[in-house]
Design a protein around this ligand. Sequence first.
Ligand SMILES: *Cc1c(COP(=O)(O)O)cnc(C)c1O
Length: 468
Amino acid sequence: MSRLFQHLPSVDSILTALTQDSGMAKLPRPLLRDLVNEFLDIKREEIRAGAVSSPEELAFERLLPVVQASVRVKARPHFRRIVNATGVVIHTNMGRSLLAPEAVNAVHDACSRYSNLEFDLTSGERGSRYSHVEKLLCSITGAEAALVVNNNAAAVMLMLDTLAKGREVIVSRGQLVEIGGSFRIPDVMAKSGAVLREVGTTNRTHLSDYEQAIGDKTAALMRVHTSNFRVVGFTGEVDLTDMRKLADRFGLPVIDDLGSGTLFPLAIAGMPPEPTVQEVVRQGADVVSFSGDKALGGPQAGIIVGREEWISRIKVNPMTRALRIDKMTLAALEATLRLYLDMDSVCRKVPTLRMITAGYRQLRSRATNLRKAILTAVGDWVNVSVRRGISRVGGGAFPECDLETALVAVVPKGFSVSEFRHRLLEADTPVVGRVEEDAFCLDLRTLASDEFRLVVAAMTQACSRLAS
Ligand SMILES: *Cc1c(COP(=O)(O)O)cnc(C)c1O
């Protein structure tokens, strides 16, 4: 056995061979050395365990391709691109919204060059980072003032901390939502120092429920978008306009956590009616918050719009500084918001809106092309068909809305769908789809045509590994 150890190639000989490969030569040398050592350690372990029987198995030429493959996989960055073929447009686990090219370019400029982030070019003095988007947000939503922070969870926290610390906020029991990622309205409320005053029932809440709960300690009335669930049947919630009238009688503000929040009236594209931020502002919500990376289609951010008197208080809350957004986000947000200045083209230009509104016929014709490409590459290994299916908006927006879509259904021959799915996750660019009726399905709604080659590459990798 000790004789076998001597046949293992040296670290340096492997390193020299690896760096002949231009891709690997770019990797940090110490990283390569660590990975090669790791590989050799495993080989030594195999020798000790008696899993290697002859010196030939340790020959340099035999080991090199194996080391190459192992190093290539282990040297990949941890945070990587994937192909989202799930059909869930705003997929929180996959980065939610994709940015429009305009926003991507703005991010590039903002982080590779100096900027007027907090520098007023008129006075030549210090400026405000919020100034870059405040006017835009006001002109798009009709609000008096606006502010942006890290995300909508932060925005909700800030609104409550500023307007209601130590006092009561009245919320309908039908809106005490948990949106996942441990964001639950009662918990957020508790953390902000506001006291939750629940009213009504799970399925029905009346204006009189709010009215009876108003007292000395009341700071605000609050609405929370029931993002990811629906109460159906015998239900009722109070209209914002009625809530506004009630709040006025007692001099209270109305806070509205819209969750996803849309600036574009998606109903005209055939989606279920959903109040836009503009409508909510017009109906009299005092402070409204929503996400930047859900249906808006921008970067992760929490946007707060509303009445000047409240927004100005939020701006000077010390927590705002701790939750502020960075320059890259700001650049992406301004560029995305500018696309909303032309409502005729915004649906084409913002990828999230484009994917949500994509029509079946177009998806179907792209599915046919993908099917052909897959058949050409791995037709011996799989059966491929085009099916009708349903995709989801995701991100807690339009939870019950079925979007008709086209799926490419792939059924491997001679091995399981779950094995296939697993192998696709191990590809250089992992492909994530969904398993439906014993087939691996790729939803064309979230799959771009320029990603077909990545799907084909992943499937080729998956099938050749299964073949070996
Ligand atoms: C998504 C959502 C949030 C949290 O927004 P993030 O931007 O993810 O922090 C808060 N409230 C509601 C109702 C939501 O749907």
